[in-house]
Design a protein. Structure first.
Length: 197
């Protein structure tokens, strides 16, 4: 989570907005990266820390980790994406429960509601996150980037608009060297050599 000592210094609306904008920009940067971002969570993942994790594409957690947004306990509200990314990920009801109650949820619950992709032994979290990132990196980089862009943008659009956006991205990808290489490699039963072009 955030350093509450430093947050206490933000007394005016302008200072608060500046503080929140710092976190918002960081999370938006993570979300906009062309490469997948895998969060390795081990221990407490609370409020600001959870908001950073929510901006990541995939989350892996160690057994015994705890998740929560505790803003209502201190008279605040999650202001760096928690009220927006969380319900899109786990659904409105679970998001509201977490925001209203300030209760921590455990890893089995986090897995069950879709907050994390996997739960591992605590000492295996980082290795598993790197393993997933390596698996993603072996795929055509433009395809992975456009898939990320299609999901992130599409979640903000009406279905018809999202499907049109998906089709536009696929049309652009169809003209790339990587698409030709990928299909030729498949037909020739060999591993594709992607170049990101």
């Amino acid at each position: 989570g955030a350093d509450l000592g430093g947050a206490l210094e933000a007394q005016s609306p302008r200072a608060t907005d500046r503080l929140l904008m710092h976190f918002t920009r960081a999370n938006e940067t993570i979300e906009a990266l062309s490469k997948p971002v895998v969060a390795a969570i081990n221990g407490y993942c609370l409020t600001g820390g959870l908001e950073v994790a929510l901006a990541c594409d995939v989350r892996v957690a160690g057994e015994g980790s705890r998740f929560g947004i505790t803003s209502a306990k201190i008279g605040s509200v999650a202001g760096a994406g928690g009220t927006q990314r969380l319900p899109r990920l786990v659904g409105e009801q679970w998001a509201k429960h977490m925001l209203f109650s300030c209760e921590f949820i455990d890893t089995p619950t986090a897995f069950r509601i879709g907050l994390v992709l996997e739960v591992t032994e605590p000492d295996a979290v980082l290795d598993r996150a790197v393993e997933l990132a390596t698996q993603y990196a072996e795929q055509a980089p433009l395809s992975v980037w456009y898939a990320k862009k299609a999901v992130n943008t599409g979640m903000q659009l009406a279905m018809a608009d999202a499907l049109r956006f998906e089709r536009e991205l696929t049309t652009v990808l169809w003209t790339t060297e990587d698409r030709i290489e990928g299909m030729q490699a498949f037909l020739e039963k060999r591993k594709a050599q992607f170049k990101g072009r």
